[in-house]
Ligand binder design. Sequence first.
Ligand SMILES: *Cc1c(COP(=O)(O)O)cnc(C)c1O
Length: 383
Amino acid sequence: MRCTKALIFKENLKHNILAVKKLLKPDTKICCAVKADGYGCGAVLAARTAQECGADYLAVATADEAAELRKNGITAHILLLSLCTKQEFPKLIENNVTPLIFDSEMIQAYNEACAQKKTMEKQPVFLAIDTGMGRIGCLPDEAAAVAQEISGCSNIALSGVITHFAVADSITKENRLYTEEQFSRFMKAVHSIEAVGINPGIRTCANSAAAVSLPQMQLDMVRPGIVIYGYYPDAVTEKYLAENGINLSLKPVMQLETEVAAIRRFTPGRSVSYGRTWTSSTETDVAVLPIGYADGLLRRNSPGLLVTINGRPYPVIGRICMDQCMVDIGLNNPDVKRWDKAIIFGSKESGAVMDASDIAEMTGTISYEIMTAVSKRVPRIIQ
Ligand SMILES: *Cc1c(COP(=O)(O)O)cnc(C)c1O
């Protein structure tokens, strides 16, 4: 097997889910987001682990993602968070997936598709309400009418209402106020549904950031994603939570690693990689690593990325190539040998110098993108 691989620590996944669960009110359900192949960590593993930890729901983005879970024996409820297309309806129905809907056209089309299913039971749907994310959902003041339309359908039934926060991972005063505002619009919409005599079912608004930092917004179900994979949602850090009396210690689930494929002696004045952005100023040794941007090591991570070899950090130099990158290990370094393990990112507890959030910060993105960038070519090895 190729030495470039992503180790997936199942125990850490479990630890994180249980740690989040501990912050929930006893009757709040948990819906673990396992979309995008479990944020790159493996959807089936994430789903199984979530089920073992008592998750009521799992969340995916596509019908194919849901089908993969069902094929692997996952029995929990599955919520499809993105808008599905008509072409996906049969697969949804066949796999017992709950879609989000919010407009007449979709309600009628899905209701019709559900008529094909030879069962007396109505197919569950969640009503999406756009309280300020600006992505999908009806407006809050349309919610009651849409809920009425759903309850008038013969093959579908309202089993929940959902909204999504735009800035719950930010702790600026302005953004905290925006999240509060979204929450109150959501509650108002929920009450308007109740006012026309309809049970809204499961009320859910909280992503990771809100679930762990704004307990009053947990409602009937929270939908954590990033925290179960071991990363804090942007500004909602361990420190911020602790300052607010909330203890949450997460463990990164993925470790991306490779090996030193070769060590090459460089005399002064020789350049490395495309664009010749790095030139040796002294005599030094350069390690070649068989990992590149096609593996998910973003090209913009260099310069800046520090790779861990035997517990010490070494800088990636020059441009990251499609399948390889180079690291300056210094002249005659006794600590680095050919075929030694090189960790790109992982848990600091287990010796990695950088975790995914460090790399994200360095390159102006979020840990989500660093993890989901790890490509299909990289085998996931469950530990
Ligand atoms: C992805 C997603 C989540 C999970 O978000 P995290 O920030 O990873 O916790 C929750 N709800 C919806 C609608 C999503 O799309």
